[in-house]
Design a binder for this molecule. Structure first.
Ligand code: NAI
Length: 340
């Protein structure tokens, strides 16, 4: 099938090319993101393959439906960037990769925690400049600390078990309890207010839905322990960023590890190193010594990329063959899941 890939990057092209040997799709790569200005590129492609920051709202969907697109294959897990209701109405089906490596994301969250705690980012810069002083680099033992995990689906469950291995007390919350975690000594399901109140480290692993948008806002931060570490590898808009900046300035938030940012579209995945950063909130975040940001790279392992390619190409083949689409997302199913 002829497939147009949008927002493609060098790190994934060769992986898709290798995996596609077994599928035989005709792939055209576009480096631009799919959006209002680029929707015309989709003309003649029944299937489009999109990524996390392609903006696929109603008017883009109307344009691509008119030019013949019938499938959007997301090569990611999250689907908050697609207007599913409009897609359904226009007869465009949407598939995704629900799971590719929960370990990749969970392990990245742990990397952020360890780096922030032990100030590895600061130590690395210092040592390279010949500054071997230890002043300001005191960390804390993870052992015995209370870690809160918001969302215990695939990624949150792996993350919770890793933190158990460090000897942490793990508080988890979710609308539905994960049987994998029930009965594990050291892990306890609680309501969100208790998790916020008790945890020294809070890590977010829920999808972005209307009910989780700005889950961490000013009042939520007020309820937290002083000096709390907040980790977000979920979606940027789970956190109200100005509220986080306020919390960091006051010292209420001790540190933050962010792989996602609510205004990341157009910034993350790009080399903007020779430009003036226009986003003042992001610029402010980057000034804090106790903030560590990565550019939506938590998924980026060889294993995850290979799984993403295989599932995406199979989703497209299943659509082409008229088979049931196991990984389809629809507005109705999403509404049932999010309860919103
Ligand atoms: P999942 O669907 O397995 O788990 C999500 C969990 O959140 C479910 O257990 C669900 O019941 C819970 N949940 C949903 N709404 C809730 C609410 N309002 N309150 C409490 N719990 C709620 O998803 P998975 O695979 O664990 O991924 C989680 C999120 O991580 C994805 O939605 C995506 O946004 C993000 N992600 C980020 C990546 C990155 O590279 N930074 C890569 C992959 C995923």
């Amino acid at each position: 099938m002829k497939v147009a890939f949008f927002d493609t990057h060098g790190f994934e092209r060769s992986v898709f090319a290798d995996e596609n040997r077994g599928f035989g799709h005709e792939i055209t790569h576009f480096e631009v993101r799919l959006g209002e200005q680029t929707a015309s590129l989709a003309s003649g492609f029944t299937a489009l393959c999109a990524f996390v920051n392609d903006r696929i709202g109603a008017s883009v969907l109307e344009k691509i439906a008119r030019s013949g697109t019938r499938l959007i294959a997301l090569r990611c897990a999250g689907f908050n960037n697609v207007d599913l209701e409009a897609a359904g109405r226009l007869g465009i089906r949407v598939v995704r990769v629900p799971e590719y490596s929960p370990h990749a994301v969970a392990e990245h969250a742990v990397a952020l925690i360890l780096s922030l705690d032990r100030k590895i980012h600061r130590a690395h810069s210092r040592v390279r400049e010949g500054n071997f002083s230890l002043e300001g680099l005191v960390g804390f033992d993870l052992h015995g600390k209370t870690v809160g995990v918001v969302g215990t689906g695939r990624i949150g469950a792996v993350f919770a078990k890793i933190m158990l291995g460090f000897g942490c007390r793990v508080l988890v919350c979710d609308r539905a309890e994960n049987p994998e975690l029930l009965g594990l000594p050291g892990i306890r399901y609680v309501e969100l207010p208790e998790l916020l109140r008790e945890s020294q480290i809070i890590s977010l692993h829920v999808p972005l839905t209307p009910s989780t948008r700005h889950l961490i806002d000013g009042p939520a931060i007020e309820r937290m322990r002083s000096g709390v570490m907040i980790i977000n590898t979920g979606r940027g808009a789970l956190i109200d960023t100005p509220a986080l900046v306020h919390g960091l300035k006051s010292g209420k938030v001790g540190s933050a590890g962010l792989d996602v940012y609510e205004e990341e579209e157009g910034i993350f995945f790009e080399d903007l190193s020779d430009q003036v950063l226009q986003d003042d909130t992001l610029a402010r975040l980057l000034t804090f010594p106790n903030v560590l940001m990565t550019s939506h790279q938590a998924f980026l392992t060889a294993e995850a990329l290979s799984n993403i390619a295989t599932t995406t190409l199979k989703n497209i083949s299943d659509f082409e063959a008229g088979l049931a689409l196991d990984n389809e997302v629809t507005a109705a199913a999403n509404l049932r899941k999010s309860g919103s």
